[in-house]
Design a protein around this ligand. Structure first.
Ligand code: ACO
Length: 306
């Protein structure tokens, strides 16, 4: 759905949306395309790219805030769609930081030795929780899904190893009212709509994202200039630019996809990874830094050697 189509629904314009967010279009799932349907398709593509079959996977972690149902977990519906009845599947809910939280969770399961290969999926149908009469929010979000496979392998224990090298996750529940959904099974029994204080979220995003990236760099002894690709959560081009500027990362090493799918919450980082791997920018052995922030507030980052 392009910005012009959006301006036929609410009092907005292509110019306003592009200037304030960098978004040019977003994708809206059809009625039959639930979060688990999108997530299962992303999982199939990730398995194909990894040269693995569902039998090789023993863990599925799905990051989503728009589950098909209140329960069971969307991850178990994806598990079923992949024809798997072994292993474990569960959801992680950290809104736009969901992928970083899911990756950190799966990584720790693999490090512990309890599981060997994980599908980490970000899948969302945010179009279903938007207030389509609120121009301040409905123009910013879209639907999508993407996935990665991570597999445990012995390494040297240094940053020369391939895979997830470091993860850092944070949350602060005091900011609930700045970004939330005004419904839920335990409160009013409704699905609810997304509510946001955009300016407040913007301010916190830049500070928190720079902080988590600096934490990850300090923990690994790296500098911003050592990172080959900076793959941020795709909420808003201005947030990405301001964070990259604060960290001294040049625009040429930042992956932007927000223009093509808006903010897809937990799906946005893996969608950006898939884009930059698909077009050959991210190469085997390169250092990739991902970061995200979302409702809660939650935020976090991960350093990956591809
Ligand atoms: N079209 C036209 N005008 C609009 C629209 C719209 N879609 N939405 C709001 N406006 C108007 C407002 O009504 C306001 O008008 P007024 O001055 O007459 O009252 C004016 O535009 C300015 O509104 P602001 O909210 O002050 O605009 P701002 O420059 O802060 O931009 C935005 C708004 C884009 C939401 C910005 O604050 C932002 O990006 N915040 C971060 C939100 C975000 O990314 N959230 C995602 C989830 S969290 C995360 O992922 C990091």
């Amino acid at each position: 759905m392009g910005n012009d189509e959006m301006s036929s629904l609410v009092d907005t314009s292509d110019e306003w949306i592009r200037q304030r967010s960098g978004i040019q279009r977003r994708h809206i799932a059809s009625e039959a395309e639930t979060t688990s349907v999108l997530g299962a398709e992303a999982a199939r593509q990730a398995l194909k790219a990894a040269g693995l079959a569902p039998d090789d996977i023993d863990l599925i972690v799905c990051a989503t805030s728009t589950p098909d149902l209140t329960f069971p977990a969307t991850a178990t519906q994806i598990q079923m769609a992949l024809g798997m009845s072994h292993g474990a599947a569960f959801d992680v809910q950290a809104v736009c930081s969901g992928f970083v939280f899911a990756l950190a969770t799966a990584d720790k399961f693999l490090i512990s030795g309890s599981h060997r290969s994980a599908l980490v999926i970000g899948s969302e149908t945010f179009s279903r929780i938007l207030d389509w009469t609120d121009r301040a929010t409905c123009v910013l979000f879209g639907d999508g899904a993407a996935a990665v496979v991570i597999t445990a392998e012995p390494g040297a224990g240094t940053i020369a190893d391939r895979g997830v090298l470091h993860t850092h996750i944070r949350s602060d529940g005091r900011h609930r009212d700045k970004l939330y959904v005004d419904g839920g099974p335990g409160s009013n029994g409704k699905v609810g709509h997304l509510r946001m204080e955009g300016r407040e979220v913007f301010k916190h995003a830049v500070v928190n994202l720079a902080d988590t990236v600096e934490h990850t760099l300090a923990a690994t002894g790296l500098k911003g200039s050592d990172i080959d690709w900076f793959v941020p959560h795709q909420a808003n081009k201005r947030i990405i630019d301001a964070t990259a500027h604060k960290l001294g990362v040049p625009e040429s090493r930042v992956v932007y996809t927000v223009q093509d799918h808006g903010n897809t919450s937990a799906a946005s980082i893996p969608l950006a990874l898939a884009t930059a791997v698909g077009d050959g920018r991210i190469q085997r052995g390169q250092l990739v830094l991902v970061e995200g922030m979302g409702g809660g507030f939650t935020w976090g980052s991960a350093l990956i050697r591809w």
